[in-house]
Structure formats: C-alpha cells, structure tokens
Design a protein around this ligand. Structure first.
Ligand code: SF4
Ligand code: SF4
Length: 483
C-alpha cells in the first residue's frame, strides 16, 4: 500500500502517467507557494453518509452525556490530572496503579495496531471525535448557513454585503458557542462535572486557573473547527503516519477499483453506456465527484494516501454516479489491494492472528491485574532525617510515615501489625478508618527490644489487616545501634 510518499507500486502502473500526475509531490490543501488552499467539500449523500450520521449522533450523545453519567457514585470517565485521580467505567484508579495504566496503554496501542492492520483508518472517518464533530456538526451547520460547497465558494469570493456579513457572523457565533460547549465538556472529563459546576457558579476570582483553561479550550476548538479543519488529521495527528507501517495488501481500505475504472474518460453527450464501452474505456467517467466530496481534498483514484480518513464520502458519490450511468456500484468500495488486484476474498492473515494473540495476552494480563488489585495501597517509609531513639530500658524506636490509599467505594478500617518480630507498633492518632476513595497519612512508631535487633539495620515485615483479615503486607527496615 502506498502512503503517498514512496514510489508508485505495481497497483498503479496501469494508470496513465498523466493520471498519476504529481499528486505525491504536494498536499491537496496548499498551493504552489505553500499557501492554504481552502477546501469546499460537497455534502455527500448516500447509504454510508446516512449510516455515519446515525453513528455520529450516538457518539455525540455518549461524548456529551459522559460527564453526567455516574457509576458506583463515580464519573464514567474522568482524567483528573490535577488531583491525580482517574475514573474508568466508575472505578477509581490512582497513580499507584501504574502497572494497570501501563498495561492498559499497551493494550490500547495494540488494539489500534490490530484494528488498523485489518480495517485501515476506519476509526478516523467514523468515530474520531475530530471527524465526527467536523463533518457531522460544524460542516452540516456550514451547509445550513452558507449553502452548498459552490454557494460557499461564491460567498467567500464575493464582496462584503450585508447578507455575507450576516451569514459569517451567524456561523462564527454558533461555531464559537459550540466550541465553548466542547471545551467545557473536555474540562468536565478532566476535573469532573462537580468541579466544573463550581467553577461556573462560584466567584470567578476563586477559579482563575479553571476559567483560563475553559477559555483556552474554547479558542483551540474554535480555531480547529473554524479554520484548521482537515489539517488536524493530515498535519497534527500521528495516526495517519502509522499507516505505512500497519497497512499491507490485505488491509481493507476505501479503494478505487482501477481494473474496472481504467481507462477513465468522460461520458460524451448523447452517448449511451454501451457505445462508451465500445471505446474500450473503463467505468470511471472522470466526473471528479469523488474528489469534490473528499474532506481532505484527495483523489482516491491515485491509490491509498496518508490523507484518506476512510470517511466513505467518495464511495457514496461514486455509487450515485454508477447508478446514473447504469453500471454496478462499488467502483470505489471497501476492499484490499489483493482483493482488487488479484480478486482475492477478504481473509485473516497470519499477521492479524499474531497481533490478536498479543492482544489477548495483554487483555488477560490486565484482567488478572484488575482482579488481584489490592483494595488498599500502603507505603511505609522511614521519617526523613530521623535516626533511631533508645529508651533507658534499652528499647529502640523508629518513626515512619504511613501513606494509605483506599481504592474501594466504602470505608475500610485498617490495622497494622508487626510480623515475625517482637515489639510494638503504634499508629499515632489512633484507629485508621479510611474513607472511601481517599488517601490518608499518619505517623507510625515502632518499638523493638534490642536483643531481637541485628546490628545496624533489621528487615521488618508489617501486615496490613482489615476487619481481622490480612489484606497486604509491606517490608521495610528498622535502624538500631551497631553491636
Ligand atoms: S466518482 Fe466514480 S466515476 Fe466519477 S471520477 Fe470518481 S471514480 Fe470516476
Ligand atoms: S478519499 Fe474518500 S474515504 Fe478517503 S477521505 Fe477522501 S472521501 Fe473520505
């Protein structure tokens, strides 16, 4: 598969040189001088566009409803970097769960690799929040306010009349308002909906940093959806760049059937499709409909390119053309390179099997970690700068700092016991009752008779008990006099 940077492969050699032109030497959104070329993508219509619209409405519901949904009294998803508290599907995770995070991240990356190797960039065109919002919300509003792609072009090139100013003002006001909503939603995912409500309702002077982020997110989203647009996918997002390493000739992508389409040529006036076929032309009538609907401005007939987000708009456009000229649909379709070139059916390759095996192993590992995840996380460190103290009766004492994290949704009573050594352990401040999903600090004093201590340092094991049940243990060292 080509990514638009390497030499043409055999799949393209049947195209005329004039057809390939120089598409690999420039990007579709910049002119010869490197200036931004504004894309006026026509609104697609067809079965894939309808399906995408339904998928988008579902995802938009999930996206905006997410912060309001609570599971077990916790947000569905929260990435509170400030308080270092994370909630996934209502389960609270702490920075101490670093192994869970690491494995979860690996699983996510592996999932992307498997999905991309099998289905290309389907995620981008159908489920990526950027594409969903851009194509299904902002672009649709633009059609509604400024008209079709051609009308938008005329409006932009025309003078600043009252009509133009009114349309532009309405569009940008709505875009800004929507960006504000999106920015606040993102903030709600980061700090939680309750903290966001506080920022909105409290005295603004008490939430200057929160309000700054709110404004920043709003401006960034406005800039992306009003100006930057498809460039977020082609310049910024690294996922498209992975394509060349993840796709192969068996990956299902949006592809042009060059065998059926070439040699392309326009349908002449009053010429029937039968007469046209006698001219030994292919099914492509070179109408450029697939190009005009493309939100990234590429010509899919040049082969798979990095800019293609698999949005399927070109499939709908071409199917419509095929219906009109009474040729079978699917000149542009979901297919693999081998499917088009050799007529091979879609099949699972050993590479995909290998990826899936790794994915399953990682999934099992993560599940095991989650199932054996301790309810209480404990750290016991010697108090900084403190050595040992020796009482007149010879007993030696050490001071420790105890940090406990309750990962459960209920209060947990915790008790610490010295194990395998004579002595006493006192939590200064009394009984430890850990409130649900909270962290707690305390000082701990250990006193041990000198005859049970080694010279210098003695390894110590402390059992962590809750309601009489040993739930964890921790190893530390006890400092005493040298003998
Ligand atoms: S829409 Fe179909 S027929 Fe028209 S140029 Fe594209 S591939 Fe050819
Ligand atoms: S080439 Fe087709 S599938 Fe790819 S981005 Fe353009 S319209 Fe979407």
């Amino acid at each position: 598969m080509s990514t638009g940077t390497e030499k043409p492969t055999s799949s393209y050699t049947s195209l005329k040189a004039a057809d390939r032109k120089d598409f690999r030497d420039h990007i579709s959104t910049a002119d010869q001088e490197g200036r931004r070329k504004w894309l006026y993508a026509s609104q697609p219509k067809g079965r894939f566009y309808r399906a995408r619209t339904w998928v988008a409405w579902f995802l938009i519901g999930v996206m905006f409803g997410g912060p309001f949904v609570n599971l077990n009294g916790n947000p569905l998803l929260m990435i509170n970097i400030v308080e270092r508290k994370f909630s996934v599907l209502g389960v609270i995770f702490w920075p101490q769960d670093n192994l869970v995070f690491a494995l979860g991240f690996l699983l996510f990356l592996m999932g992307i690799a498997v999905f991309t190797a099998a289905f290309g960039r389907l995620w981008c065109g159908w489920t990526c929040p950027q594409t969903v919002m851009m194509e299904m919300v902002f672009r649709k509003l633009e059609y509604l306010i400024e008209g079709s792609a051609t009308q938008q072009k005329i409006l932009n090139r025309g003078p600043w009349t009252a009509n133009k100013m009114g349309k532009k003002a309405a569009k940008h006001l709505i875009f800004f308002g929507l960006s504000f909503v999106i920015g606040n939603t993102l903030l709600a995912y980061i700090i939680g909906i309750d903290a966001l409500k506080q920022i909105v309702t409290d005295d603004p002077r008490q939430h200057l940093s929160g309000l700054t982020f709110m404004a920043l997110f709003t401006f960034v989203f406005y800039a992306i959806f009003a100006r930057f647009r498809e460039q977020a996918c082609t310049f910024i997002c690294p996922y498209g760049r992975f394509q060349s390493t993840l796709l192969d000739e068996n990956t299902i992508v949006v592809a042009y059937d060059y065998k059926r389409g070439e040699k392309r040529g326009p349908l002449r006036r009053a010429e029937t499709i039968e007469q046209r076929s006698q001219r030994s032309t292919g099914d492509c009538i070179d109408c450029f409909k697939c190009v005009t609907v493309c939100p990234t401005g590429i010509d899919i007939r040049n082969g798979t390119q990095m800019e293609c987000v698999n949005c399927t708009a070109c499939i709908d456009a071409c199917d419509d053309v095929m219906d009109k000229i009474r040729r079978p649909r699917g000149l542009i379709r979901f297919a693999s390179l081998n499917g088009i070139e050799k007529g091979q059916p879609i099949h699972v390759t050993p590479r995909i099997v290998g990826y899936c095996a790794i994915l399953i192993l990682l999934g099992l590992g993560l599940m095991a970690l989650l199932l054996t995840r301790s309810e209480v996380d404990v750290s016991l460190l010697r108090a900084p700068g403190a050595l040992f103290q020796q009482a007149p009766d010879g007993k030696v004492s050490n001071l420790y700092l105890l940090k406990l994290t309750n990962k459960t949704h209920h209060e947990v009573p915790v008790e610490l016991r010295l194990e395998g050594i004579e002595g006493s352990l006192t939590v200064l401040g009394g009984q430890l009752n850990l409130p649900a999903e909270k962290q707690s600090d305390a000082s701990v004093l250990m006193v041990i008779p000198p005859d049970t201590l080694r010279s210098g340092q003695t390894p110590i094991s402390v059992g962590i008990y809750s309601s009489g049940k040993r739930i964890d243990h921790i190893n530390t060292v006890f400092i005493g006099p040298r003998k």
